[in-house]
Design a protein around this ligand. Structure first.
Ligand SMILES: Nc1ncnc2c1ncn2[C@@H]1O[C@H](COP(=O)(O)OP(=O)(O)OP(=O)(O)O)[C@@H](O)[C@H]1O
Ligand SMILES: [Mg+2]
Length: 218
């Protein structure tokens, strides 16, 4: 379970997240919907341990992740959380295969295992045919699918997607929705920040959280 308690985030004098309380059960698919600047990406980056909250707590399966020392935080993130950030986050001068190797480094796999897990994730995200391409040679939608593959590579239980369909055409959007259904069947816990009505209308969404100026609007 992901539990967020009395969470706030302040950047200098801007209070970007205000007293957020959320509970998300294992296996749920939750959409985080709100206008630009409402705090969606900030909340996802705190849940994925990339930023610390100003106050409050994020508790994942009983672990207070916002209190983990950095060295433990990075291993916890690799094992438990896959994040697809809003903007391109692949390393431009590495191939997709190389980009997928990086998150596996903390897990001490053999080179053979790293290759197998990378190929499986690339296949799932429908981008296997570009495995040897440098990230900078990919289109926007291909980069997005590469980032999805990278988020899947460690088979993390929690998957966070920040506007995942922003550069997908309708055919790739269908494939993404099919992938979400597959991940839901695998009992992943999924949070998606989105404006996309095609995702909001999916019949297997468990909860829609509306965020407005940093507050959850029930
Ligand atoms: N590093 C930062 N320093 C200062 N302010 C920031 C920083 N990151 C985000 N903000 C501010 O926090 C607020 C929330 O930003 P956030 O990126 O979380 O919004 P969002 O809901 O994801 O928007 P969008 O739909 O445009 O992606 C915005 O007002 C933004 O300007
Ligand atoms: Mg955002």
């Amino acid at each position: 379970m992901i539990e967020i308690r009395a969470l706030t985030k302040r950047y200098e004098d801007a209070l970007v997240l205000k007293d957020i309380d959320i509970k998300i059960n294992d296996g749920e698919l939750v959409l985080l919907v709100g206008e630009s600047g409402s705090g969606k990406s900030t909340l996802l980056s705190i849940i994925s341990l990339l930023q610390k909250p100003t106050s409050g707590a994020v508790i994942i399966n009983g672990v207070h992740i916002s209190k983990l020392p950095d060295i433990h935080a990075s291993r916890f993130r690799s094992l438990k959380i896959g994040l697809v950030p809003q903007s391109n986050s692949l390393i431009d001068d590495l191939t997709l295969m190389e980009n997928l190797t990086i998150p596996q480094v903390p897990l001490s796999h053999s080179p053979k295992e790293i290759e197998q897990y990378s190929l499986k994730a690339l296949k799932r995200a429908h981008i296997l045919h570009k495995k040897e391409s440098l990230a900078k040679e990919l289109s926007g939608g291909e980069k997005q699918r590469g980032a999805i593959a990278r988020a899947l590579v460690n088979d993390a239980k929690i998957l966070l997607f920040d506007e995942p369909t922003a550069s997908l055409d309708s055919q790739n959007n269908e494939k993404f929705i099919a992938l979400l259904r597959e991940l839901k069947d695998l009992k992943k816990t999924i949070i998606i920040a989105t404006h996309d009505s095609r995702l909001i209308e999916m019949d297997f969404v468990d909860k829609i959280l509306h965020i407005k100026s940093g507050e959850i609007d029930e």
